[in-house]
Ligand binder design. Structure first.
Ligand code: FO1
Length: 317
């Protein structure tokens, strides 16, 4: 149940699949053990898209499901024990029918409700707050923006929306560049920026497709530069924990390592948590650009390991 407690503000900037274990662990730790903090989970919106007439907001929904204990943890997206009958109907229309995105039946219900409320003029942030309340989420999720921002990947076959690149084409083409359409006109949700003014935790999400589209919105970088910002690297050596982060980092002209991520965040990052087995040279490179490095066991494979790392993170604030 969402607490109405007023405490020290902490903004947790998150993506979807790569962040969900951390969002779950932090929210459980705070809900069970600390009434000191007032949290908001600030979710990326640049992977949102219309699919068969419903508006899908993967990172917002993954975070909402994680905080209301509905997430299918084995996949890292969707609702646990969901069925896919609506998707099967879509597949049956023709062999070329768009059924590449496995939207579960419960997900379809949520996205239909969202589309209905959007048609009535509700803002995405109000819809998300409503869903969190109905789902009895442990904490509120705030979309980074109510405006449309979309990540496109430049490839040899043209510019692909992130979901088309990753899910439809299974990252089958080398990313040649990344564009965030709408970013210069989009306004951030005020509540999201307000929760980034004091303390911020950046989840180990894809820096290019999940974190940059949020922190590039007007007002975020200024807020972050005043704040105590702690992040966890989504890389170990040159391998990301999940997803296409390596190719995206290269497309941005950055090395696909924890050091490359630290450089992207260098204007505001105070502490970077890297895995215990991270390379010594990478750690030294990060320290050389003025960022404190803390080593830890960053893989979460049980509730116990999630609580342990969540406690370590919170002790750094
Ligand atoms: N990811 C997949 O790889 N395949 C899917 O079919 C898929 C369906 C899906 C449905 C709802 C949802 O909220 C997320 C879903 N995801 C799926 C995850 C999603 O595409 C990405 O992982 C995120 O957009 C990146 O953060």
């Amino acid at each position: 149940m969402i607490s109405s407690h007023v405490g020290k503000r902490l903004g947790v900037i998150c993506g979807g699949t790569g962040s969900s274990k951390f969002t779950t662990a932090i929210s459980e730790l705070i809900a069970e053990q600390s009434d000191e903090y007032d949290l908001r989970f600030i979710a990326n919106v640049a992977d949102n898209f219309w699919y068969h007439g419903v508006y899908v907001c993967p990172d917002v929904d993954i975070t909402t499901y994680a905080l209301s204990r509905k997430l299918d943890e084995s996949k890292g997206w969707g609702v646990s024990s969901d069925s896919f009958e609506a998707n099967e109907v879509l597949t049956g229309f023709s062999s070329s029918s768009d059924s590449w995105f496995q939207l579960g039946d419960k997900d379809v219900g949520l996205c239909l409700k969202r589309a209905e409320l959007m048609q009535k003029g509700w803002l995405l942030s109000d819809i998300t707050r409503y869903f969190c309340t109905v789902f009895r989420s442990s904490h509120m999720v705030v979309p980074a923006s109510n405006d449309s921002v979309q990540t496109f990947v430049r490839t040899i076959i043209g510019n692909l929306h992130l979901q088309e690149f990753w899910v439809k084409n299974k990252a089958g083409f080398d990313p040649m560049g990344i564009d965030y359409t709408g970013i210069s006109d989009a306004l951030p949700c005020t509540e999201a920026v307000d929760y980034c003014l004091e303390r911020v935790f950046i989840c180990p999400a894809n820096p290019v497709s999940s974190i940059l589209p949020t922190i590039s919105l007007r007002g975020f970088r200024k807020a972050l530069s005043r704040s105590k910002v702690i992040g966890i690297s989504p890389f170990l050596g040159d391998r990301p924990f999940s997803g296409p982060a390596g190719g995206f980092m290269k497309a941005m002209g950055e090395e696909p390592t924890s050091f490359g991520v630290a450089k992207l965040y260098s204007k505001f990052l105070k502490i970077f948590i890297v895995d215990n087995s991270e390379r010594a040279t990478t750690i030294q490179n990060i320290r050389d650009i003025g960022i404190e490095v803390v080593k830890s066991q960053t893989k979460i494979d049980s509730k116990g390991s999630g609580m342990r790392i969540a406690r370590e993170i919170m002790n750094l604030f």
